[in-house]
Unconditional design. Structure first.
Length: 147
C-alpha cells in the first residue's frame, strides 16, 4: 500500500467534505437573504433565528473539518519503523492510518480506518513496531506492517 496515495485520498476526502459544508452554508445564506425580504412579523424572526443557528452549527463543522484537513496535509509520508502520527499500518489484515479521526475512507478498493493519534487504540500502538501484539477490547491485534 502506498502511503503517499493514501494521504492524497484522505486529503481529497476532507476537501470533498469541506466543499459539501460550504455548499450548505451558501444555501443557508441564500435562505437568510430570502427571509430578509419577507415581511411576515414573528414568523419571519423565528425563521431567521433558525437559519442563523444552523449557519453557526455548520460554521463549527467547517472549522473542525478544516483543522483535520490542515493536519492531514501536514502528515509526513516517510517510512516509519514504529507506529507514530503519519504511520500507515496493517493490523489483523485491516489498514489503519494514524492521521485524523475521520473514520473509514476508501483507497484502491481497500477500507482504511483513519485514527487520531489521541484515539484509545492509537495510544496503545504508538511507539511499537511490526510484529508486536496488543490486546484491545478483549481482542488480540498484531501489527503486521508499518509504513
Amino acid at each position: 500500500m502506498e502511503k503517499t496515495k493514501v494521504k492524497e485520498a484522505l486529503v481529497q476526502n476532507l476537501q470533498d467534505r469541506l466543499q459539501a459544508i460550504q455548499t450548505q452554508l451558501d444555501a443557508l445564506k441564500s435562505d437568510m437573504n430570502a427571509e430578509a425580504k419577507s415581511t411576515s412579523g414573528d414568523k419571519h424572526e423565528t425563521g431567521r433565528a433558525m437559519i442563523q443557528l444552523e449557519m453557526e452549527n455548520m460554521g463549527k463543522q467547517h472549522q473542525n473539518w478544516e483543522s483535520f484537513y490542515l493536519i492531514a496535509k501536514g502528515l509526513d509520508t516517510e517510512a516509519h519503523h514504529v507506529a507514530k502520527a503519519g504511520s500507515l499500518l496493517k493490523m489483523n489484515d485491516l489498514w489503519h492510518y494514524l492521521s485524523v479521526g475521520v473514520g473509514k475512507i476508501q483507497y484502491d478498493g481497500e477500507d482504511i480506518f483513519c485514527l487520531a493519534p489521541s484515539a484509545p487504540l492509537a495510544q496503545m500502538i504508538l511507539g511499537i513496531s511490526a510484529g508486536s501484539k496488543i490486546t484491545f477490547n478483549q481482542r488480540t491485534l498484531e501489527i503486521q506492517e508499518i509504513y
